[in-house]
Ligand binder design. Sequence first.
Ligand code: ZN
Length: 161
Amino acid sequence: MLLPILRWPDPRLSQLCVPAVLDADLRALAADMLETMYAAPGRGLAAPQVGRLVRVFVMDVGWKTGDPTPLVFVNPELELLGTRVLGPEGCLSIPCPVTEVERNAQVRARWTDLDGVAHDAIFDGFAAICIQHEFDHLNGILTLDRLGSEARALAESEVLA
Ligand code: ZN
């Protein structure tokens, strides 16, 4: 089922999400989030973006150029690795501007999948950036929050224009 994606400045996008409980409801939510992400089209979507304030996000960084490889991150934890890099980021909840955001080039992620299996893996490249972006959503942080005040004011005026 396609879910409506909340747009900034919806206050639900700025909330701290609570740990998710692995049950049938969560599996249904994750399936709907993947369907919604592919339809958007996007490469990552976090539960608060569809109004559910639980610590879950979905990601598929390669589907636009190859076979779909959907990942569901339940209660993820991140360890930031590598150097800091500046790169462009879009967000399905912020329709207009692609903003330049500073991130770590590599992350180690630990998470549970929908079968309750624990994972521990290192990501780099676009996947590392995407994971940090989606993880931020679980803490109520948007790309706009990572900009300096001038850049933020400019980006907000573009979104609201
Ligand atoms: Zn986003």
